[in-house]
Design a protein around this ligand. Sequence first.
Ligand code: ADP
Ligand code: MG
Length: 259
Amino acid sequence: MSQANESYLLDVQGVSKHFSGLQALSDVNLQVPEGSVHAIIGPNGAGKSTLLNVLIGLIEADQGTVRFDGRELRGIKPHDIIQRGIARVFQTPQIFPALSLLENVSIAALAKRDGQFSVRVRESLGRGHAITDEAAETLADVGLGEHLDEPAQSLSRGDKRRLELAVCLAAHPKLLLLDEPTAGMSRHDTNRTVELLGRIAERGMTKIVIEHDMHVVFSLAEQITVLAQGRVIASGRPEDVRGDPRVVEAYLGGGREEQ
Ligand code: ADP
Ligand code: MG
């Protein structure tokens, strides 16, 4: 049992959440040091997305505390949590389909800078503006540098997820939350995404990734937390968690495995 510790970027202690009779999270602890990559795994319905929703302020926990960057997050609105430096990549991409890739990423950078949201980026920014230049660089980083002026809706599913990642990176989060970033991707796109996430890790951005693809988990994560039916059943380094009998049981004996 770990104690609250200022040295963690994220420190979740005793978080519980129920939905009308269903205990989605029970006494969940999670500590994430700055600069590390932490995976959350577990069968479908284990509470993984609910936990991220608590972190981002979309769901209020019934009990427990969440400290981020030394401050309690309880009661803080999602928008302010983003301003404090947490960004989340959703299970389904959240982008503006009719706007270009460059506009999508520039909007995110502007929103972070000004705390305001405007889709009139064409009027507020031109090419050559620092924000547009950085957006173009970020898009190049995620492998979309050739498509800056194309509308987001023209992208393949895998590329849309990369665009969404670029949108999140534009806000320079301290903590990036990824909910199944490779869901629905081909093996080729999955490998490209793993490579990309590895590169972001090298820059020192702290990440929490929910993932069902064990290849992805073991390539990226330094620590793994295993949830089953809302409880943490194991937590530790990948090599320790991999063979844990409770983890094997949760996957094989318990809930349905995803995909
Ligand atoms: P996971 O992401 O691990 O698959 P979720 O966190 O999405 O699991 O869901 C955990 C449990 O909570 C599931 O049984 C799910 O049906 C339930 N649940 C999630 N969100 C809600 C909600 N807003 N209202 C009611 N039940 C919910
Ligand atoms: Mg989920």
